[in-house]
Design a protein around this ligand. Structure first.
Ligand SMILES: [Zn+2]
Ligand SMILES: [Zn+2]
Length: 363
């Protein structure tokens, strides 16, 4: 079989962009689809057009074709079924998201769940309650009155879509639309269920127990498949997304798996050493501040942070950042002690605050 020039077949330049190739294919495929074109050559032309598009729309195969004038041995492989798929990829999409011959799926739902800081770290089980369109139990979801069955839609023969052909200046166009009679389901209900009026679903309040895994964080979502809205007339249910919101902690900050506590100690405590009490999740811990601790020193409490969501048993750390508090005001006794300290170290300081000097004079 002689290989025709794919660029000529599609009527594009050799330098054509992907978009130009796609556009040319679309136009020609609409014109030459054998269901539409009365031309006896249509099937052959359509096949050529589809083959050219299959090669030129694949960057790797296009490059090989440009170099060697052939798309290689796989050019014909799997081709027989291939062009129908390409056609569907283009024109199936024109039927605007319908799931042909099947009932539509139910919508996804979102539930905003507020939990405490501790629950996010330790995990929890929370009961949630929300309104949902649930499958009708009277008819089992198909919308037909018990004892009756939905029938195949006579307008589309169960396909869920109808194809129309119309003449335009550019030639014949196929127009695929959702079947107006069955709305794409492919089935219709002649005697509707009285409970749900043929919808197959009714509004109900659902109560669910949601497991919060340890380590979850603000903004995470938990997906519960099949817990969303039921699809109309027996269609598959959507998902429920539980969006987690974590309340802040009074004194701990969280960054991913790490917790941060800002501690403040006095001058003497930093110099002489002390112990401080650090809040940890589920309690508190006494932590030693060593003599000579500098401002900004970090004390790391290993494994006291947040559990890793995807690595069981592993936890982040709790970082204690020690700040040294320099007093704003000194009592006379404190001042004298610090002045004595300064004399001992040879530090030159401003002796006697203004107030003290005034007070000394008045005394
Ligand atoms: Zn029903
Ligand atoms: Zn129909």
């Amino acid at each position: 079989m002689a290989i025709s020039d794919y660029y000529v077949t599609l009527g594009v330049e050799r330098t054509a962009s992907d978009a130009e190739i796609k556009k040319a294919y679309r136009r020609l495929a609409q014109q030459w689809h054998p269901d539409v074109s009365p031309d006896p050559e249509a099937a052959l032309r359509f096949k050529e057009i589809s083959e050219a598009y299959q090669v030129l729309s694949d960057p790797e195969r296009r490059q090989r074709y440009d170099l060697f004038g052939t798309a290689g041995s796989e050019a014909g492989a799997g081709f027989a079924g291939g062009f129908a798929d390409i056609f569907d990829a283009f024109f199936g999409a024109a039927a605007a998201g319908t799931r042909r011959g099947r009932p539509a799926a139910g919508s996804d739902l979102r539930y905003d769940l507020r939990i405490t800081f501790e629950e996010a770290i330790l995990g929890a089980s929370k009961e949630i309650e929300f309104p949902v369109l649930a499958r009708c139990e009277t008819c089992g979801g198909n919308g037909a009155k018990p004892g009756t069955q939905p029938i195949t839609c006579p307008q589309c023969n169960g396909r869920g879509e109808v194809r129309g052909v119309r003449q335009t200046m550019l030639g014949q166009m196929i127009n695929v639309t959702t079947c107006p009679r069955c709305k794409g389901d492919g089935k219709i209900v002649e005697t509707p269920c009285e409970t749900c009026r043929g919808e197959g679903r009714i509004e109900r309040t659902r109560t669910l127990q949601v497991t919060i895994p340890p380590g979850i964080d603000e903004g995470h979502q938990i997906r519960l498949s099949n817990e969303g809205e039921a699809g109309p007339r027996g269609g598959p249910a959507g998902s429920l997304y539980v969006a987690v919101h974590v309340a802040p902690h009074a004194s701990l900050k969280r960054e991913g798996t790490e917790l941060i506590f800002e501690a403040s100690v006095g001058l003497a405590q930093a110099a002489l050493g002390t112990t401080i009490t650090v809040p940890i999740v589920g309690g508190e811990e006494v932590v030693e501040v060593k003599p000579g601790t500098q401002p900004g020193t970090e004390i790391r409490l290993r494994g006291k942070g947040v559990p890793y969501l995807r690595r069981a048993g592993q936890r982040g750390d709790l970082h204690v950042i020690v700040d040294v508090d320099v007093p704003h005001h000194l009592s006379r006794a404190q001042r004298e002690a610090l002045e004595a300290y300064a004399r001992a170290t040879g530090e030159i300081v401003t002796e006697g605050g203004l107030l003290d000097r005034v007070r000394d004079k008045l005394a």
